[in-house]
Structures are given as structure tokens and as C-alpha cells.
Design a protein around this ligand. Structure first.
Ligand SMILES: *[C@@H]1O[C@H](CO)[C@@H](O)[C@H](O)[C@H]1NC(C)=O
Ligand SMILES: [Zn+2]
Length: 259
């Protein structure tokens, strides 16, 4: 996705080769060794990662640390021929981008970027830094930009990950988020809010700078929102028929009605 966005936005004409290298490397490495339980779980369960990173973006700090552990192996060090001064800058920039993928920072990062878009200046380092952070964020959560037949199986994986976490939270007596609870969330309810309130506002902000993403990225998001809203209407109608107020997915309703 990062490679695609770089070319769609013609960033090869606007950014340095170093910046493109930073973007691609950070994108590849940004979720290394993810355990499948989010920061809130890490902190509440007082895991090794939360203790190691003092509850400060434990996962993203870990992804970045693992990236640089790998890069420190001679056979993996793609920066072996880079001057030490330059490496310091590249390393700092990659760390910044990986840490920017912590969704707890979403509002803050998007706000800073919004302040640059109206008179964006590619010669201003601060503007480019905000853009790179938003680009890695877009790629990170870009699943719903892809065609339904590609995106939807990943939503099943996402829900499975959520359910694993909420089951574990229940069994350990920790707080459980309703949107992760297998008794409350469905595929459409999980996606609609995220597409409407997180994805579309962010991609529409990027669209001010790169109008070409509307057709290729924003329209698919709108289509996906409409697709899931249709599914939700069917879910709602079915649970009304079954007399089970809310919460049951189409599949579990069908399964139980067939059985
Ligand atoms: C992480 O999980 C908790 C539940 O433990 C939830 O409240 C929180 O919103 C989740 N964070 C993200 C970014 O999904
Ligand atoms: Zn990610």
C-alpha cells in the first residue's frame, strides 16, 4: 500500500529518496512481532512489554526495537553503506513513523497534518514529517480501501483477534471493550463507525493535497461504508424477526434458525 500511495501521489517527484526509503522501511517493519493483544490489554494486564516501556506505546516501541534488532544483523543491514550521521537521521525518522501508528495518537497526528494542508510546503521539514506520519497511518489501516473480496476476509481475522483479546480479558477480570465483545460486535457494526469516523475523514484530508486518491482510495471507502450499512440493515431486520434485540450477526442468526 505504501508503494502504491507513493506512486499514486507522485511522491517520487516531491520527496527525497531518503524519505521514500524511510516510508517503505517503516511500513514493512511497523507491526513486527505483534502479539495480537493491544496496548490497553498490555497495560491493564501489566505484561512484560508494558513494564519494559512504562506503558508508553508498548507495542509500537517493541515493533521499532525489533526492526532495529533485525537491521543490526550484518546479513540484514540494508543501511550498511550509509554514513553514520545519515543513519542517525534515518533511524530517528523510522522510529517516529512506527510510533505514529499508535491509534491513541490518531487525533493529535491528524490535527497537526490538517494545519499544514492549506498551504502545504514540501520544502518545510515539519510539513513533510506530518505528511509521512499520516501516510504510514493511511497504509496501516487501509484494509477497507481494497476490493471487498480482499478486505472482508481480513475483517474476519480482525474480529478473531478482538475476540481472543476480550475472551482473555474476561477470564483475567480485566475491562472489556464492547466493540471487541463477541456477544456485541458484528462485522458491519465493527466496520461502519471506523470507516465513517476514522478512515473517511483522514483520507479526505489527504485528498486535499492529492486529489487523485479520491477515485482510487476514497470512493472504495464510501462504497465499503454503504456495503456494510446494507448488511447492517439486513442484520437488524433479521434480529427483529427473531425477537432478539440487537447484537446477533447475520451468520449466527442463520445458523441458529437453520439448526
Ligand atoms: C484496546 O482494547 C481495549 C479493551 O481492552 C479497548 O478499550 C481499546 O479501545 C482498544 N484500543 C484499540 C486502539 O483498539
Ligand atoms: Zn499495523
Amino acid at each position: 500500500m505504501m508503494y502504491g500511495m507513493i506512486h499514486l501521489c507522485n511522491l517520487q517527484d516531491k520527496l527525497s529518496r531518503t524519505d521514500m526509503c524511510i516510508l517503505m522501511t517503516a511500513a514493512v517493519c511497523h507491526d513486527l512481532d505483534h502479539p495480537g493483544y493491544n496496548n490497553t490489554y498490555q497495560i491493564n494486564a501489566r505484561t512484560e512489554l508494558a513494564v519494559r516501556y512504562n506503558d508508553i506505546s508498548p507495542l509500537e516501541n517493541h515493533h521499532s526495537a525489533v526492526a532495529f534488532q533485525i537491521l543490526s544483523m550484518p546479513e540484514c543491514n540494508i543501511f550498511a553503506n550509509i554514513e553514520p550521521e545519515s543513519f542517525k537521521q534515518i533511524r530517528q525518522a523510522i522510529i517516529t513513523l512506527i510510533l505514529a501508528t499508535d491509534m491513541a495518537k490518531h487525533g493529535e497526528i491528524l490535527d497537526s497534518f490538517r494545519q499544514t494542508v492549506d498551504n502545504f510546503d514540501f520544502t518545510k521539514e515539519e510539513h513533510v514529517k506530518c505528511l509521512k506520519m499520516v501516510l504510514i497511518k493511511c497504509c496501516d489501516i487501509s484494509n477497507e480501501v481494497r476490493p471487498t473480496e480482499v478486505a472482508e476476509p481480513w475483517v474476519d481475522c480482525l474480529l478473531e483477534e478482538y475476540f481472543m483479546q476480550s475472551d482473555r480479558e474476561k477470564s483475567e477480570g480485566l475491562p472489556v471493550a464492547p466493540f471487541m465483545d463477541r456477544d456485541k460486535v458484528t462485522k458491519p457494526t465493527a466496520q461502519i463507525g471506523f470507516i465513517k469516523f476514522v478512515l473517511i475523514p483522514m483520507f479526505e484530508t489527504v485528498m486535499k493535497l492529492f486529489p487523485q486518491i479520491e477515485e482510487i482510495m476514497v470512493q472504495p471507502l464510501r462504497d465499503s461504508r454503504d456495503h456494510y450499512e446494507e448488511l447492517k440493515h439486513i442484520d437488524d431486520a433479521m434480529s427483529e424477526v427473531a425477537g432478539t434485540k440487537g447484537g446477533h450477526s447475520l451468520c449466527s442468526w442463520l445458523n441458529s434458525s437453520i439448526a
